[in-house]
Design a protein around this ligand. Structure first.
Ligand SMILES: [Fe+2]
Length: 169
């Protein structure tokens, strides 16, 4: 097959947008890890750092899909929103907002795959649809814990220690 002919242009653009969004997510998580370091919540810092690494692997999975199908990957559109973070709750709410945006994008990607009859991406997209449910659920749990402890410092430090003990995503 001729290079570049195996993938629909509209679908290719949608996957490329997803590569950009996953790199953006990685940068947002890096920024949040810096904010948590600044506030001396070192467990949360490490949690966000691990999350940033995971988002880079997501970006790579989408990029590999394009590259395996002889399509080009273009990162020119990466931007970082400015985040105002004064508390751990701010940080996790920013994380949730971005995950919700990413989930919506992956649903759109699934729709474009259907519209364009792209069967080859199905397992990749299904993996990420399930992944996003997990991501949102995890961040929602953490937000709930933070709300339960409120301004109680020892409660926040316990959550910090728990998040710092994370060994994998
Ligand atoms: Fe992701």
């Amino acid at each position: 097959m001729v290079a570049g002919m195996s993938i629909n242009e509209k679908f290719q653009e949608a996957v490329n947008k997803q590569v950009v969004a996953e790199h953006q997510a990685s940068l947002i998580y890096s920024q949040l890890s810096y904010e948590m370091d600044r506030l001396s919540f070192l467990g949360m810092r490490d949690w966000f750092r691990a999350q940033a690494d995971e988002e880079r692997t997501h970006a790579q999975k989408f990029a590999d899909h394009l590259l395996d199908r002889e399509a080009r990957v273009d990162l020119t559109d990466i931007e970082l929103p400015s985040l105002k973070i004064a508390t751990p709750l701010d940080a996790f709410e920013a994380a949730l907002a971005h995950e919700q945006k990413v989930s919506a994008m992956i649903r759109d990607l699934a729709r474009v795959a259907d519209e364009t009859g792209d069967i080859d991406s199905r397992s990749l997209i299904n993996f990420f649809l399930a992944e996003q449910i997990e991501e949102e659920s995890t961040v929602n749990d953490i937000i709930d814990w933070i709300k339960v402890v409120g301004n109680d410092g020892s409660g926040l430090l316990r959550i910090d220690a728990k998040l710092g003990a994370r060994t994998s995503a």
